[in-house]
Design a protein around this ligand. Structure first.
Ligand code: F0G
Length: 341
């Protein structure tokens, strides 16, 4: 039943008719051979495989709620800036709802599978010379201009997206039967880590759990405004004009949800960590070869982050850790082939 199994924990009225494809309910896969190969001892690690969602990423959890609201309030269409997955998901859910979808993409900065999905589901694709951050700026300008009131923005500053994505926390607790010690999440625009933390906090507030996990956010080294500020003890990130990483999904220099993400990490006594492109590529390969789990580069940051956190003593022995593998390997076949993974 996935996301809508938790309807009572979503702030929606009963008259709402979900636009759904059974998203959520993704497998939680225990890592065994990987841990042995990496010589990581005394840690139980699981991958929450979000690649198993209808369009192949966790974005479907947010889009099912976001597009449901868009349809409910009666807009003509939705608009998103995207590094790819948001576009693919918005396009599919908008198609299902019978409304228009416009996606604004950084030209040359989106993996092939994702563009193909957006086109396949009939989105109007606008490519912009610039970064994802510039594309998001374009969406802001568009929705605030008077002639486009009929377009509903569904980037992750839209709170409904985060309401859907918080169900990752609910499922982890349901499936694991306990609260993990740490949850490791790739961070781009910083919505998902904020959403997952919101989910855990709600369970805590409702008295359904007694502990909270540490939230560990991973960024790619060339696109790590939060991790680099954190490591220098700074309160606010220094945004990056030209973010660079092989993990195109999280090639973001000005994360719109940075404040919420910093709060999640701080409140949970977690941390931000950055990992290199080499570590990301190696982690894709390790997950694929030792466990049969195929993920896209952004998702592999979680394993690279786990290795670093373990080596630095951030994650202690006897911990249970969940890695949020946000997107499917098929999203980005070019990287697999180019680097002979
Ligand atoms: N992993 C994948 C596969 C993603 O596509 C994204 C974000 C993230 C992690 C990071 O999540 O932004 O909530 O911190 N992709 C967005 C997009 C930006 O447009 O598809 P976040």
């Amino acid at each position: 039943m996935g996301v809508w199994k938790y309807k009572e924990l979503l702030p929606l009225g009963n008259d709402i008719k979900p636009i759904t494809m059974g998203e959520g309910g993704t497998p939680l896969i225990k890592l065994s051979r990987v841990m042995e190969a990496l010589n990581i001892n005394g840690i139980e690690a699981y991958v929450k495989f979000e690649g198993a969602n209808p369009t192949g990423s966790f974005k479907d959890r947010g889009m099912t709620v976001g597009v449901t609201i868009a349809k409910y309030i009666g807009v003509k269409g939705v608009i998103v800036a995207s590094t790819g997955n948001t576009a693919a998901s918005a396009a599919a859910y908008a198609a299902r709802a019978g409304i228009k979808c416009i996606v604004v993409l950084p030209k040359g900065g989106v993996a092939k599978g994702k563009i193909a999905q957006a086109l396949l589901h009939g989105a109007e694709v606008m490519e912009l010379d610039g970064t994802f951050d510039d594309a998001l700026e374009e969406v802001f300008m568009n929705v605030t201009s008077s002639n486009s009131r009929d377009l509903y923005p569904l980037n992750s500053y839209n709170p409904w997206r985060l309401e859907g994505q918080k169900t990752i926390a609910f499922e982890v607790v349901d499936e694991l039967g306990i609260v993990p010690d740490a949850v490791i999440v790739p961070v781009g625009n910083a919505g998902n880590i904020s959403a997952i933390w919101k989910g855990f906090k709600e369970l805590y507030r409702y008295g359904l759990i007694r502990e909270l996990p540490r939230m560990i956010g991973i960024q790619a080294e060339g696109a790590a405004p939060l991790a680099s500020a954190w490591s220098r003890g700074l309160d606010t990130p220094q945004f990056i004009e030209k973010p660079m990483t092989i993990a195109s999904a999280i090639r973001i220099g000005r994360p719109v949800n940075w404040m919420k993400a910093v709060r999640a990490v701080r409140e949970s006594k977690g941390t931000f960590i950055s990992v290199t492109d080499e570590e990301i590529l190696e982690s894709i390969k390790i997950l694929a070869r030792f466990e049969g789990i195929g993920v896209e580069p952004a998702s592999a940051t979680t394993l690279a982050g786990l290795i670093k956190a373990y080596n630095n003593g951030i994650i202690e022995r006897n911990s249970t850790v969940v890695l949020i593998a946000t997107g499917h390997a098929l999203k980005d076949p070019d990287t697999i082939i180019r680097y002979s993974l």
